[in-house]
Design a protein around this ligand. Structure first.
Ligand SMILES: [Zn+2]
Ligand SMILES: [Zn+2]
Length: 334
């Protein structure tokens, strides 16, 4: 079957209409007619080959929501007509310890939707059903699409690092990831502080559920919250005053990084040793975790704030994201 899509023909190039012959539907595969496809910053990194893993023509798109149109004979969890979501991961070995313990996102043989195949800026996609997740009825497709990558990226660390309702937590950055992270942590029951260099984001942060706001560009603002937090999630792609954030942690506190800073981290060892503090990273989440995250979002009214454009305006939409103008996630629609 021919699939129509938009592809970058070369590094950094504008996307062009493109067509490819998809694989046959395998016994465990589903075919999904794509209705919504989010634009993640990783799509732009892939178009630009910032990570050296891109292959051209490259069809971006790994925040996909659509309707199942065909299922292979072994598919059990999805049926024709269901809404399904597909994220960054398209496959794993399904045999290793990580795969056997529902940590497929940590499998060494993980494949990525738009690196090892053609992604979601397309009319449809064939995907193994293990990596296509049913979307709960309470979630609108447009708001759900960004949860498939942006949402799971901020949800997984809460579960992986045992964040609990009584904790005081911080979210650095109120953008594509941070605005979802604040909502999850608030719904978890935590006392949530938003950190931002933009003082004018206080109202927005509080409307998303933050109890407190720290304008980090103001002198002394970070020092004034030293020793407060059990857990701080950094969602920004920038070099931050890391020692000040380590100081903001309570003893045994953890700083978790899900945004990629420009430079390697330079951290003094003594505050980590003396306060038994940790620094961690976290990638996406397993299919099981994505299901849980979507259920949690549906139950708690959590949604990505989105702007949408029809798929054929993809280059305009990408420019909007590149200019950091999307509030907060851009979604392409078919
Ligand atoms: Zn992504
Ligand atoms: Zn594996």
């Amino acid at each position: 079957m021919k699939i129509s899509c938009y592809a970058a023909p070369a590094k950094g190039a504008p996307l062009e209409p493109f067509e490819y012959e998809s694989r046959e539907l395998g016994p465990g595969d589903v075919e999904v007619r794509i209705t919504h496809s989010g634009i993640c910053h990783s799509d732009i990194h892939l178009i630009d080959n910032d990570w050296g893993i891109s292959k051209y023509p490259l069809v971006p798109g790994h925040e996909i929501v659509g309707v199942v149109t065909r299922t292979g004979p072994e598919v059990r969890r999805l049926k024709v007509g269901d809404r399904a979501g597909i994220g960054w991961q398209s496959g794993s070995c399904r045999k290793c310890e990580m795969c056997a313990t529902a940590n497929e996102n940590l499998c060494d043989h993980s494949t990525a939707t738009c690196v090892n195949g053609f992604g979601g800026y397309a009319t449809s996609i064939i995907m193994h059903s293990h990596f296509a997740i049913r979307i709960p009825d309470a979630l609108a497709s447009e708001n759900a699409a960004p949860l498939l990558c942006g949402g799971i990226t901020v949800y997984t660390p809460l579960r992986a690092f045992d964040v609990r309702p009584e904790m005081r937590v911080g979210v650095i950055g109120i953008g594509g990831l941070g605005h979802i992270g604040i909502q999850f942590l608030r719904a978890y029951g935590c006392e949530v502080t938003a950190f931002s260099t933009s003082p004018d984001k206080e109202t927005e942060a509080k409307s998303l559920g933050a109890h407190h706001f720290v304008p980090t560009s103001q002198p002394g603002a970070l020092a004034s919250v030293a020793g407060q937090y059990h857990f701080i999630l950094s969602t920004v792609s920038a070099d931050l005053p890391w020692p000040s954030y380590i100081a903001a942690l309570r003893p045994k506190g953890r700083l978790c990084i899900v945004g990629v800073p420009n430079s390697d981290l330079k951290i003094p060892a003594f505050p980590l040793i003396g306060g038994q503090k940790s620094i961690s990273g976290s990638p996406i989440g397993s299919p099981l975790m994505i299901r849980e995250m979507l259920d949690f979002a549906a139950r708690n009214g959590i949604k990505a704030k989105t702007e949408s454009m029809p798929m054929h305006r993809v280059n305009e939409a990408l420019a909007h994201v590149r200019a950091n103008k999307a509030r907060y996630r851009m979604v392409l629609t078919n």
